[in-house]
Each structure stands twice: as C-alpha cells, then as structure tokens.
Ligand binder design. Structure first.
Ligand code: FES
Length: 571
C-alpha cells in the first residue's frame, strides 16, 4: 500500500499509545501480525432480536468477516443502535438521525479504514449510509435480504400490504378475527425484511442503484445461500476498495442519485426513498432537491410488478432477474457510466442482466404503468411541496376535488373516524395535521389512514388523504404525504377547516385549498398551535434541529461531510 492507513495511527509504532491499543485488542486472541498495516475493516452490525428483520445479521457479519480475512484485511464488528420498524415506538423515523450519529462517531473514533454496513429493516439502511457518508471512507453496503413469500389459505400474503388489506376486510366485516390471526405466521415465515416493495426492499434497491453494493444485492432472499456469498464477496471487495482509496464520495455523484430516482420509479419504490435520498445527498454535499424526484422520475415506466403497486413479492423478483435485469431493461434511461463500488460502471456491472419472467419484470414496451414516478405536488396547501405515489393510488382519484374533513393529530383521528356522528362521504378528502417532523415529533407512517367504517361498508377502498406524515412503503391509496412546511410550524395544512374544498391534480402537480389568498393568510396569521409536549432529552434535540420533509428530515447540524480526522488521544 502506498498510503498510510488511518488505523496505523492507533496500531502502528511502539509508543505507549500503540502498546495500549494493541494489547487490549489482543485479549480477543488476535495475533500480533494483524497489526502489521493491513486494512482494518469495520463491520457495522445492526443485529437485534428486537429488529426481527435484522435478527439473522450475526451470520451475515461472519460471512463478511471471512471475506475480509480472505483478502488480507483485519475485520472488526461493531454495533449500531438497531431500529425495528414494527416494534419501536413512537416511530423509527425519530431515531434515524440518532443512529446516523452513532455510526458516524463510531467510525471516526475507531481505527477503521473501510466499512461494511449491514442494513435491513427500513431505517437501518439510510441511517447507516448517512453516518458513513459524513465520514467518507471506502464503504460497501450488504443488505439482509427479504423474507420468503408468504402464503395463507391459498393466496399470496405480502408483508404490510396484505395486513392493511386484511385489517380493512375485518373492519368491513368480510374477514373473521380468527382468520386474521392465523395469517400472522403465514406472512412472516423466514428470516429477512418485508417481502413486498416496501421501504426495506426499496432502500436495498436504492443502495444497489446508487452503486454502493455488489450487483444483485437487493433481491436475494435472506435465507438463500447466495446472500452469504454476496456478504463474503463484499468482505473481499472492501479490502480492495481501501487499497484503491475508493471512498463513498468518489463513487457517488449527481448521476448516481438520478439513477436511484429513476430506478425507484421502475420498481414502484416507497415514498420514503424521497426523504432518505435527500438526506444522504445532503451528507455528501451533492445537490438534490424535491423537484428532482418529479423531473427525473417523470418519463420512467413502472416495470416491476410487486406489491403494493402490483402482484408479486421479492422472492419472485429475485427469480425473475432482480435489479440487474431492471437496470439492463432501463438501458439508456440511466446514466450507465455512473461509478460503483466494484470499480466498474453501473452499465458494466449489469450488462448481463436478464428478465426471466416478464409477468414480474415487464419490458419498457409493455410496462405496468407509464410515467410512474413519485409525483411532487405544490400549491397553496404545500408551498414547499408534497408527494404522492400514483402507482399505488386509485387512478380516478388522481384528479379530484373534495370537501375537507379535518383531524388534528392521530388521537383525534382515532377517536372520531368511526363515529356514527361524523359527517363524511367517500368523495371527501381526509386531512390530518400535526404528524410532521416536529409536530408528532418524528413524522410517523400514519399517512395511509384507515377509511371510515361507514365508507368501507359501502365497498369503497380508497379516498384522498392528505397529511404531513409519511406512509409505510407497503401501503397503498390516494395518499398525499410529506406536506411542507408542516402544520406544526404554521404550514397551510394547519389552516384547513371542515368543509373547505381541496383540489388534488396529480398530472398537473397541484395541491390547493380553494379559498382566497387573503382568507388563507388571515387564517394563518391567527393560528393557535397546541403546546408542545416536548419535555427534553433527545426529543428536544430532534425538535430543535430537524429540517422539513423537502430537506430530507435530517438535522441541520449533520448536513455535510466531516471526514475522519481525530485530534488527540485519551492516554
Ligand atoms: Fe422491517 Fe418491514 S418491518 S422491513
């Protein structure tokens, strides 16, 4: 190696500090030769039994470790706070930035030359990538892989998507609670993350699209032996990347993000990709704006027929060719010269991608839907923007004018939505306030609000819903999300009253409240906001520093790269 590794600042030499750094590490049985200047590879492990999607990660870490040793590196596994989407309260999004700080500081403070990020459940991917991006060492991502397909009573059951469907069926009286309960074990029958194109599968695809993983990362099921091979190969590759000094910022540029947006469109990916990509780009100081999602995704068709936009699941996607097949199919719609961690371009990596099942991965000539990108909306109700996923919505509702029925906070919604006294019809627009980044706080995934029972009983399964929240990547519906600025900071959503007419026009990118500007300004000037229940601790840090959805919901003081320079030592 030509350049001195930063790990040698700990392990090189013969002074007091070098003795201390090496000696205590040797209590693990590490031989002296491991400190001879070989690359030290940190393996960031988000294993936790409280994050079921990542509960198999110790095995994955072991495979990476084998690869690092095989390539002549020195592997060290370190933990990061893990975020189990289904378990954590009040919402994992409250902690994404905290985990990114954990990862960033862990990398910088330790003798690490390159890092492998083990990511799975929704927020673990963006959090780890954001933290590593601010350090900007050679970095490779290994995703944990999706669960196998779920089957129940002869039909396919997809994580999340089928739960929302079945829950509404129970509320509408079309499914018994006993059947609902028996579907639980049928849905989650193997290690891995959600098997739909929810946020975890989306982010696994996004990191592959960005070029941060070896080809094929996104779709290999968690339990398939090829997932272990990918982990081991990634361990080999990261050692080479350290030798080549292939840092994250030398891999990623604006082209990588444009590719990620386009691929997210082709796969029918989660709206959560918007806030996560904005935040990652912010860490790398790569210009990316909310409007880019509308512009870059506009002409891209939906090719991947997976729930919630389609029919199949990630296991089917893998057998059909996975992301390499999608990348090959998209052809010149992508920047094929974008760099990747392999040292080759995205085009070179995926040149041999083949579609094996055209029901699962459609051709560009016969897509599931044309112009399928996440739509960015603006207007007097969302001056800084809002998003909707048209591919997951009822097409007839994408141009709609309806009467607002307003709920202030999720407790208000839960208390009144099924009330027989509630004046609400299928054509109305449900508006929910106080569920944004600061207002909740943490911007939970409640935007896909359940419909009123009365409307469900009429056979209706979709209504226009608008909020400053996010929604699960596994969810569906005519759901407008991420309204910015949020209601809690005086955004116009807070001024909507029951009975106001709301216009949603997705083809024109418009979200408006149909009242005069003077009236809207007058209402905004005398808004009374509820007192914050923010009592202190981390939550205070969050509320004081979190940015709005159009800026990725990162903390203002975390934007940018800070490198890995450390001054001084403890001894
Ligand atoms: Fe972990 Fe869906 S709950 S990926």
């Amino acid at each position: 190696m030509n350049t001195r590794l930063r790990s040698q600042d700990w392990f090189g030499g013969n002074d007091l500090n070098a003795f201390i750094h090496r000696s205590w590490m040797k209590n693990q049985g590490i031989p002296d030769r491991m400190f001879d200047g070989r690359p030290v590879i940190g393996i960031c492990n988000t294993h936790s039994e409280l994050t079921p999607c990542n509960a198999h990660f110790n095995d994955l870490a072991e495979q990476v470790r084998l690869g690092v040793v095989e390539a002549g590196g020195f592997p060290v596994v370190f933990p990061a706070m893990s975020l189990g989407e289904t378990i954590i309260r009040p919402t994992t999004m409250l902690y994404r930035n905290l985990v990114s700080m954990d990862v960033e500081e862990s990398i910088r403070a330790n003798p690490i030359d390159g890092v492998v990020l083990l990511c799975g459940c929704d927020k673990t991917t963006p959090a780890l990538v954001m933290g590593a991006a601010s350090c900007d060492l050679p970095t490779i991502v290994v995703s944990g892989g999706p669960m196998l397909n779920g089957r129940h009573q002869g039909r396919t059951v997809g994580s999340g998507t089928s739960v929302f469907e079945m829950s509404e069926a129970v509320r509408a009286g079309c499914m018994s609670e006993c059947e609902f309960r028996s579907a639980e074990s049928a849905m989650s029958r193997s290690p891995g993350h959600c098997n739909t194109m929810g946020t975890a599968s989306t982010m696994a695809s996004i990191v592959e699209a960005l070029g941060l993983t070896l080809p094929g990362n996104a779709a290999i099921p968690a339990v398939d032996s090829r997932r272990r091979v990918l982990a081991r190969d990634s361990g080999v590759r990261i050692v080479e990347m350290v030798v080549e000094n292939l840092t994250m910022s030398s891999v990623l540029d604006r082209r990588s993000f444009e590719n990620a947006i386009r691929i997210n469109t082709a796969i029918g990916g989660s709206t959560n990709a918007v806030v996560h990509l904005l935040a990652i780009a912010g860490r790398l100081e790569i210009p990316l704006e909310l409007s880019d999602f509308g512009e870059q995704g506009r002409d891209v068709p939906l090719l991947v027929n997976l729930m919630p936009s389609g029919t199949f699941l990630m296991e089917d996607f893998f057998y059909a060719g996975g992301l390499p097949a999608v990348i090959a199919e998209l052809g010149d719609s992508l920047h094929r010269d974008a760099r990747t961690v392999t040292g080759k371009s995205l085009g070179e990596n995926n040149r041999d991608g083949v579609v094996w099942n055209h029901d699962v991965i459609r051709s560009k000539e016969s897509p599931l839907r044309d112009n399928a990108g996440i739509a960015v909306l603006t207007g007097n109700l969302a001056p800084k923007g809002a998003v909707i996923k048209p591919s997951a919505a009822t097409p007839e509702l994408l141009q709609h004018i309806g009467r607002a029925v307003v709920f202030h906070g999720i407790d208000d919604f839960t208390a009144r939505i099924d009330s027989p006294d509630l004046d609400i019809e299928a054509d109305d627009v449900i508006v929910l306030t106080d569920v944004g980044p600061k207002g909740f706080p943490g911007m939970p995934e409640v935007g896909n609000l359940p419909l009123p029972r009365r409307v469900l009983e009429q056979g209706v399964r979709d209504m226009v819903r608008i909020s400053d929240a996010r929604m699960s990547g596994t969810a569906f519906g005519a759901v407008v999300l991420h309204v910015a600025p949020e209601s809690a900071v005086g955004g116009p959503l807070a001024a909507v009253k029951d009975g106001d007419m709301i216009e949603l026009d997705v083809p024109r990118g418009v979200l408006r409240i149909l009242i005069e500007d003077d009236e809207l300004q007058q209402r905004l000037s005398c808004l009374e906001r509820p007192k914050s229940s923010n009592t202190g601790g981390y939550q205070r840090l969050f509320v004081d520093h979190v940015m709005q959805a159009d800026q990725g919901v990162d903390f203002d003081f975390l934007v940018g790269k800070r490198g890995t320079e450390v001054h001084g030592d403890n001894h």
